[in-house]
Ligand binder design. Structure first.
Ligand code: PEP
Ligand code: MN
Length: 371
C-alpha cells in the first residue's frame, strides 16, 4: 500500500481519515523494556504503521503460562508513544486496567475477545470510561454471536464514548482445521451493515495463528473494504512469550503492508457509478425474475400440498428431495456455481416449501380452550 497524498474522506469515521486503511502493529505481549523498544522502533522505521499495540495483561486460556507483564509495561509504551509520535493501544479487561491506562496516557483501549463475551465485564469497563474521551476498540467475542458483539459496542455508546471501532479476530471453533479462529466473514459483514458508522479493523494474526496465511487474510479484509488492520509484530517472533507462531518481524510487516493492494470505495465517484449502473440494472432485473420464479414454484408447492392432504401423504419425501438436490448440483456445476451455494439455496427453498405445505395440512389436533 502506498502513501496517498489526496485527503479525500471516504469513511466518515474518527479512525480513518483517508482512503488508506489504518494499520496497528506491535507485539502480542509487552515482555521486557528491550523487546518493546526494539519492536516499536522497528515498526516505526518501516513507516507503515499508524498505531502501536501491546498486551500488558494477557487473558490466557490456561493458567501457568505468561499472563502479561502488568502495569510495569505501561511506561514502556508511553515512552514509545513519545519517541515515535504514534498513538498507543493496550487491552483492558477490568476497571483497574482502565485506571492504570489513563494514568499512563494510553491513547486507545481495546477489549479482548474473552472479555466481549461477558456483559458484566464489558459494563465494568464502560463504567470506568464514562465521561472520558478515549477511543475504544471492541474485538468480536470468541463465539460467533453478532448480538454479543453489537451489545458490547452499545454499552460503550451508552456511557457516551463516541470513538468506537470493532476488531474482527475470528471465532473459536473446535472443528476448525485451517485457521486458529475461523473468520466467518459474514458475521463481520453483518456487523458493518448494522453499524456502518463503526470502523472495522481486521486482526489476521489471531484469525490465522500462523505467519504464512497473514497476507491472504489481510488482503481479503482490504478487498472487503475494512478500515484497518491489527498485526502482531515482534522483534524476535520465534522467542515470543505468547503467540509466537503468528508474529512477524517489523521488516516482514513493512514488506507485507507495502505489497498489499489498496481498494477504494468509489460509491460517490460519478464516473464509476455511470459504468456500473448498467450492470446493476441487469442484476436488479435478474433478482426480480428469481423472486417471481420462486413465487411460481411455491404456488405449485401449495397445489402439491393440497394433493398430499387429500391422500394423507407425508410432506417430506426423502427420495424426491435427494433427487432434486443431485440434479441441481450437476446443473450448478455446469453454470459455474459452487456445491455450497446450490446446497444452501435449495435447503432454504425446501424449508419454505415444507412450511407452506404445513400450513395447508394444518387441521391438526388442538387443545380445547375453555371459554
Ligand atoms: C491479543 O490481541 O493479543 C489478544 C489477546 O487477542 P484476542 O482477544 O483476540 O484473543
Ligand atoms: Mn496475541
Amino acid at each position: 500500500m502506498e502513501t496517498k497524498e489526496s485527503q479525500t474522506t471516504f469513511t466518515p469515521s474518527w479512525l480513518r481519515k483517508t482512503e488508506i486503511p489504518v494499520v496497528i502493529a506491535g507485539p502480542c505481549s509487552a515482555e521486557t523494556e528491550e523487546q518493546v523498544f526494539e519492536t516499536c522502533r522497528g515498526i516505526a522505521a518501516t513507516g507503515k504503521a499508524d498505531m502501536l499495540r501491546a498486551g500488558i495483561w494477557k487473558p490466557r486460556t490456561r493458567p501457568g503460562t505468561f499472563e502479561g507483564i502488568g502495569i510495569k509495561g505501561l511506561p514502556w509504551m508511553r515512552q514509545m508513544k513519545m519517541e515515535t509520535g504514534m498513538p498507543v493501544t493496550v487491552e483492558v479487561a477490568k476497571a483497574g486496567h482502565v485506571e492504570a491506562c489513563l494514568e499512563f496516557e494510553m491513547d486507545v483501549l481495546w477489549v479482548g475477545a474473552r472479555t466481549t463475551v461477558n456483559p458484566f465485564a464489558v459494563q465494568e469497563i464502560a463504567e470506568a470510561v464514562r465521561g472520558v474521551d478515549i477511543p475504544i476498540l471492541v474485538k468480536n467475542p470468541i463465539n460467533p454471536d453478532l448480538a454479543l458483539w453489537l451489545g458490547a459496542v452499545e454499552r460503550f455508546q451508552r456511557v457516551g464514548i463516541e470513538k468506537i471501532g470493532a476488531i474482527h479476530r475470528g471465532f473459536s471453533n473446535t472443528s476448525e482445521k485451517v485457521y486458529r479462529n475461523r473468520p466467518q466473514w459474514l458475521i463481520a459483514i453483518d456487523f458493518m451493515d448494522r453499524m456502518p458508522e463503526i470502523p472495522m479493523i481486521n486482526d489476521p494474526s489471531h484469525i490465522c495463528g500462523n505467519r504464512h496465511m497473514l497476507g491472504t487474510v489481510a488482503q481479503k479484509a482490504i478487498d472487503l473494504g475494512y478500515d484497518g488492520l491489527m498485526i502482531e509484530t515482534h522483534g524476535d517472533p520465534d522467542n515470543a512469550w505468547s503467540d509466537a507462531k503468528q508474529q512477524i518481524t517489523p521488516e516482514i510487516f513493512g514488506q507485507m503492508i507495502t505489497d498489499m493492494k489498496l481498494r477504494y470505495d468509489l460509491e460517490d465517484d460519478p464516473n464509476v457509478q455511470g459504468s456500473l449502473e448498467f450492470l446493476r440494472q441487469e442484476i436488479n432485473q435478474i433478482d426480480d425474475d428469481l423472486i417471481n420464479l420462486l413465487g411460481e414454484r411455491m404456488s405449485v408447492v401449495r397445489k402439491i400440498g393440497e394433493y398430499k392432504k387429500e391422500r394423507n401423504m407425508t410432506i417430506f419425501q426423502p427420495k424426491r428431495w435427494h433427487e432434486i438436490l443431485e440434479k441441481a448440483q450437476i446443473k450448478g456445476d455446469n453454470n459455474n456455481l459452487s456445491d455450497r451455494l446450490i446446497d444452501k439455496f435449495l435447503r432454504a427453498v425446501h424449508e419454505e416449501s415444507i412450511d407452506q405445505q404445513e400450513k395447508i395440512m394444518e387441521d391438526r389436533w388442538k387443545p380445547k380452550v375453555s371459554e
